[in-house]
Write a protein that binds this ligand. Structure first.
Ligand code: R1P
Ligand code: URA
Length: 345
């Protein structure tokens, strides 16, 4: 650990950097794509307006990579989050601390697919997700049955699909099969709680059948979407959020050029006209919220046993990345609900 952190509850440096992502206000946009590996983040970043060397890029000590730039003039960030719910938790909570107003996060992740009709290389856009967790109180060593070895939660919905918000479901194209409005299951393991058989006593031989019987329209298995949707659904602005009056824009630490860790990206500039269009004084502005969605790339078909090729995986993540950038840039967000420095959409 190189930096000094000031607060044990939500550790931040004196200049406002969060503990695990290393970011501070102004370095991450309100519109975010969350991906697993850094190579996927770099692939998607090739669609941003800036030349690669002009993008803001920060790899934290904990290996979270944030790339910030613009897509067709709209500020966006792409964050490589690694794997699993704990990492999604760090990203949603710490990014939330570094933006004001609405936050839009779309996960582009690989998945295992339970729909035999969807070949590897397809896309699935779930509108809801359940959590599947190992039940640590179950007797894994000697139970004669598999009942209750895994806990299956109630579904949580993608907030992008509620309130008549635009969908991230791309228009179908011959090259990519797409299925929307399915249900996802986010598991706490790639192996046991996704029904894979290994050398451990996991009591999961019939887990996929149990999941299918319990969750109608279940289509994908992966590891982060449920937690993203859940956090988005339970976030509430603190009293200062959404009331930009109380935080004078001139005091915001948005100039990354003063940071020794930042690149040439001049983050989220606002023109005077844009600043005026933001209703800083509005008492009646709707409360800020987090909207979340997920696009799942079928890397494994669990019914046919097929696994995607590296070439197909790369072309698919680029295709999906560009479609999600288009969708994110097209989300209409009231300017009063964006960070003042980000300006209007
Ligand atoms: C497991 O291989 C990883 O792949 C999936 C799972 O959710 C898990 O993170 O997503 P990513 O491709 O986004 O990492
Ligand atoms: N990611 C997962 O979590 N599961 C799969 O089967 C493939 C990718």
């Amino acid at each position: 650990m190189k930096d000094t952190f000031l607060d044990a509850n939500f550790p931040k440096t004196a200049d406002g950097r969060v503990y695990h992502l290393g970011l501070r206000m102004g370095e991450v946009a309100n519109r975010i794509i969350a991906v697993g590996p850094p190579s996927r983040a770099e692939d998607i970043a090739t669609f941003l307006d800036e030349r690669s060397e002009d993008l803001f890029r920060l790899t934290s000590e904990r290996a979270f990579l944030t790339i910030t730039g613009h897509y067709k003039g709209v500020p966006v960030s792409i964050v490589s989050i690694g794997m699993g719910n704990p990492n999604m938790d760090f990203v949603v909570r710490e990014v939330r601390e570094c933006v004001q107003g609405d936050m839009l996060m779309v996960r582009i992740g690989s998945c295992g697919c339970l729909d035999e009709s969807l070949p590897v290389g397809s896309l699935v856009v779930p509108s809801a997700s359940v959590a599947v967790n190992r039940n640590y109180d179950f007797d894994f060593q000697s139970s004669p049955s598999n009942d209750n070895a895994y806990l299956i939660s109630k579904p949580v919905i993608a907030l992008s699909t509620s309130n008549n918000a635009p969908s991230v479901c791309p228009e179908p194209e011959p090259a990519v099969e797409i299925k929307c409005n399915t249900v996802n299951a986010s598991a706490d393991s790639f192996y046991s709680s996704q029904g894979r058989l290994t050398s451990f006593l996991d009591h999961n031989e019939d887990l996929i059948e149990r999941l299918q019987a319990r969750v109608p329209n279940l289509s994908t298995l992966e590891m982060e979407t449920f937690h993203l949707f859940h956090l988005a659904s339970v976030w509430r602005p603190r009293p200062l959020e959404g009331n930009h009056l109380t935080i004078p824009p001139t005091n915001l630490p948005v100039d990354p050029t003063i940071s020794p860790r930042s690149s040439k990206f001049t983050a989220l500039p606002s023109s005077p006209a844009q600043a005026k269009s933001i209703n800083l004084h509005s008492e009646s502005a709707p409360a800020a919220r987090i909207r979340a969605a997920a696009v799942h790339m079928v890397f494994a078909n669990r019914i046919t046993g097929d696994f995607v090729t590296p070439e197909r995986a790369e072309s698919l993540q680029k295709w999906a990345g560009e479609k999600v950038l288009q969708a994110l840039a097209g989300f209409a967000v009231d300017a009063s609900r964006l960070h003042p420095e980000e300006g209007s959409v």
